[in-house]
Design a protein around this ligand. Structure first.
Ligand code: ZN
Length: 112
């Protein structure tokens, strides 16, 4: 395949993944199994094409079992402040935990 074709496939893959992930989020509360399936499809596209999952969705995959997580349905999200502000995401399927540090906006943190 020529180089030009490759770039197009990557674009297409990224587009398709975003679509799948948006659809996954939309159907998840009603049809968790379908949501999981869409999430899984997006992940498989990512693996096959080596195109990374868009950043805003990357934390939605369990690092341990690879499931697509939906907070409140198959994942618990808690905010922790100890040592450093971070989110704790726990996968209900395998119990895997992931910590995501976040930066508080200095200005809004001062308000209280
Ligand atoms: Zn898991």
């Amino acid at each position: 395949m020529r180089r030009r074709g490759r770039i197009k496939i990557r674009d297409l893959a990224a587009q398709r993944m975003r679509l799948l992930l948006r659809m996954a989020d939309e159907v998840y509360p009603w049809e968790p199994e379908l949501g999981l399936m869409y999430g899984d499809l997006a992940r498989r596209i990512s693996l096959r094409t080596k195109v990374k999952i868009p950043q805003e969705w990357r934390w939605r995959y369990c690092k341990r079992c690879g499931s697509f997580l939906y907070p409140g349905i198959n994942a618990d999200v808690r905010v922790r402040e100890r040592r450093f502000p971070h989110l704790v995401i726990r996968c209900r399927l395998c119990g895997g935990i992931r910590r995501i540090p976040y930066l508080r906006e200095k200005r809004s943190a001062r308000r209280r």
